[in-house]
Every structure is written in C-alpha cells, then in structure tokens.
Design a protein around this ligand. Structure first.
Ligand SMILES: Nc1nc2c(ncn2[C@@H]2O[C@H](COP(=O)(O)OP(=O)(O)OP(=O)(O)O)[C@@H](O)[C@H]2O)c(=O)[nH]1
Ligand SMILES: [Mg+2]
Ligand SMILES: [Zn+2]
Length: 286
C-alpha cells in the first residue's frame, strides 16, 4: 500500500504522484457506490498493480474541497483579475474573495495585464481597498513580480478567476517549460471559448499549482444570510450596537458608519449588500 496525491483526473483515470513518480490509477468499485469520489488534490492510498499503474483504495480526510474548480486540500486561491480586457471589477473580485472565505480558503489577489492600463488611480484604489486585508500582487505577462515566487512555497495553490483574466498565461510565464500550451491557448481563445478544460496540479517551488477553467458565476449555497458578513473580514473590526447586526437596516451600525467616514470602501459595502440580497432572495423562494 502506498500513499500519494492526485494531481490529475481524466477519463476515469486518476494520476497519483508518489515519491516523484506518477501512477495511473482507477478508483476501486466501492467509491462509485458512495457519494465520495476522488478529487484532484486528494491524498489517497493506492495499490500498485503494474510498474506505473494501480488502484485507489482510500481517500484521506480532506482539509477542504471545492466543486468549482473541483480540487481538494487547497491552501490558497490565487484570485486572478485583469486590470483591463476584461475590465477590472471590484464587485467580481469581492465575489471571488467571499467565495474563498466561505470555503475557508485563503485568497491571494493577483492583478494581471498591467501593461494594458496606466490608470494609476485605479491601481491605487485596488491597493488601498485590498492591501490592508490581503496579499495583492500586480503582474503582466512580461514582468512577473519577483516576490510572487514566495507565494507558492510548499503550498497547494489554485488559480481562479474569470475566463480571459490571464491565469494560463501567468502560469506559463512562471513555468516557461509549459510554453507549448501557450500557443494552443491563444489560438483557442480566438474562438471565444474557455481555453483551459481540465484541472491538473503542477509542481512549483516545493508545492503545487493548478490552472483552472475560468468561471464568472459563483454560488453561495453553503452560506446563509446571517453568515455572509463574516466573509467580509474587513467588517469584523467595527462594532455595532447589536451583536447580531447584519449591517443592512439596523441602527447604530459600526460598518455603515465606517463607510460614511471613508474608513471602509463603499465598493466593499455595496458588494456585501448585493450578495446579501442575493442570498436573502434565494431563501424566500422556498
Ligand atoms: N497584454 C497582455 N495580455 C495578456 C496578459 N496576460 C494574458 N494576456 C492575454 O489574455 C488572453 C487570455 O489569457 P489566458 O491566459 O488564456 O486567460 P485564462 O484566464 O487562462 O482564460 P481561461 O482559461 O479561459 O479561463 C490571451 O490572449 C493572453 O495572451 C498580460 O499580462 N498582458
Ligand atoms: Mg486558461
Ligand atoms: Zn452593523
């Protein structure tokens, strides 16, 4: 019996890395009967059958897992968002951040395509809104920020963000040996399709990184309207008259007061209210 980590899932095969070797495995029958099926990122026990083939016998308990993208045991989501083309959206980034927080995964913000914009005011605004709460990196495909190297150290990182944000391009710049894929990617992009299809963990700086297909629709099905406020971690430091304050219509709300004084960004508050309403409306339909 051997243990390893699933780095790729394709056509019913799970590719398990163990001691610098990759085994092509299948899940044994009983996984199909239970709800639990293996995910990329899972630590598994497997039985070797041939030199590089085998079958999975058990999945180790997960630290976390996402349905979109389908990966388990994620240390951080690298929220990739372009300055331009597509245009930067505070709301979309806030949704991705809230999604990370709702799933107990640390978000790291990566702003791409800096070469396409010289909007200094926007860059300063991004820094001032997110800098105090999260790690923020600015890149373009020709200049990768050197401090980005430390970000991956020994961790399992997953690139997430809108289609076309530059996730695959970033990965190709970081790991030039993947260069071949860049050409295919840019060709495919001209057809206006999602260019990345499957999820695969790639070795980087003693850790793993996964490119994922872009997605813009995010659901908050695993969180209710009373708890979404905790996904806006910058709200936590303000106190309200009522402990259970949802920062919507309650009097003497510390969060709303902080927005008034400019201590908290209006955009963060607006994103919160939008997502809150979305969850609230969803509940009412039942
Ligand atoms: N000018 C410029 N273009 C970039 C940069 N990064 C990416 N691009 C271009 O943006 C387009 C989309 O990049 P991709 O890397 O395919 O985007 P993606 O996020 O992987 O997209 P999906 O796989 O569909 O989710 C490509 O044409 C890239 O060449 C950048 O830093 N500067
Ligand atoms: Mg891609
Ligand atoms: Zn409040």
């Amino acid at each position: 019996m051997q243990t390893g980590k699933i780095i790729k899932a394709l056509s019913g095969f799970y590719y398990v890395e163990s001691n610098d070797k990759v085994y092509e495995t299948r899940a044994r029958g009983r996984f199909r009967k239970t709800a639990e099926s293996p995910l990329v990122g899972d630590y598994v026990e497997f039985q070797i059958e041939n030199v590089d083939e085998g079958y999975i016998t058990a999945i180790k308990p997960r630290k976390n897992s996402l349905i979109r993208p389908p990966v388990a045991n994620i240390d951080q989501l690298l929220l990739t968002t372009s300055l331009k083309s597509p245009d930067f959206s505070f709301y979309l980034l806030d949704r991705f951040i809230a999604y990370s927080e709702a799933n107990d995964i640390n978000p790291v913000i990566i702003v791409t395509k800096n070469d396409l914009s010289d909007d200094e005011a926007l860059i300063e605004e991004i820094k001032s809104v997110y800098g105090p709460i999260y790690e923020v990196h600015f890149t373009d495909k020709n200049h990768i920020n050197e401090d980005l190297a430390d970000v991956f150290d020994g961790k399992t990182s997953v690139l997430a963000g809108q289609s076309g944000a530059g996730k695959s391009t970033l990965l190709n710049t970081l790991l030039p040996h993947l260069d071949l894929k860049t050409n295919e990617i840019s060709n495919a992009l001209n057809r206006g399709k999602h260019t990345t299809r499957h999820v695969e963990l790639i070795n980087i700086s003693g850790g793993f990184i996964a490119d994922t297909p872009g997605f813009a629709t995010i659901d908050f099905l695993n969180i209710d309207k009373y708890n979404i406020k905790f996904c806006f971690i910058d709200f936590n430091e303000y106190s309200c008259k009522f402990r259970e304050c949802l920062h919507i219509n309650e009097p003497k709300c510390g969060v709303k007061a902080a927005v008034e004084t400019g201590e908290l960004a209006q955009s963060r508050y607006d994103s919160y209210v939008k997502i809150y309403n979305e969850i609230d409306n969803r509940k009412e339909r039942y």
